[in-house]
Design a protein around this ligand. Structure first.
Ligand code: FES
Length: 105
């Protein structure tokens, strides 16, 4: 198993509140989400129902909605919140340093 490391994702102002973006690194894909409060969160990029990227989903409150079948996840925890999504996603730690966002992977 590789040791965890911090990897730069984007500038702090890259996303507006309630926007999401895709971030790929070394063959892995993540969904980066900015809450209405301006905080950043990261979860697995692909929906746990089918392999659809969540970065194209709608962010509303603490929820991101999958763009394909509209299953929902709490992006703060990765918890699946509504069918057909029923398997939780992994959540990743983020930090802000020097006006950039970093993910621990
Ligand atoms: S692919 Fe996401 S809910 Fe079906």
């Amino acid at each position: 198993m590789k040791p965890e490391k911090w990897v730069e994702v984007c500038a702090l102002d890259a996303l507006a509140p309630e926007e999401a973006m895709r971030f790929d690194h070394e063959g892995r894909s993540f969904a980066i989400i900015r809450s209405s409060d301006g905080d950043y969160f990261a979860i697995d990029g692909h929906c746990s129902h089918e392999k659809v990227h969540l970065s194209g989903g709608i962010v509303d409150g603490n929820i991101i909605e999958c763009p394909k079948h509209f299953g929902t996840f709490d992006y703060r925890t990765g918890e699946a919140r509504s069918l057909p999504a029923c398997i939780d996603l992994r959540r990743y730690e983020l930090k802000v340093d020097s006006d950039a966002v970093f993910i621990k992977i």
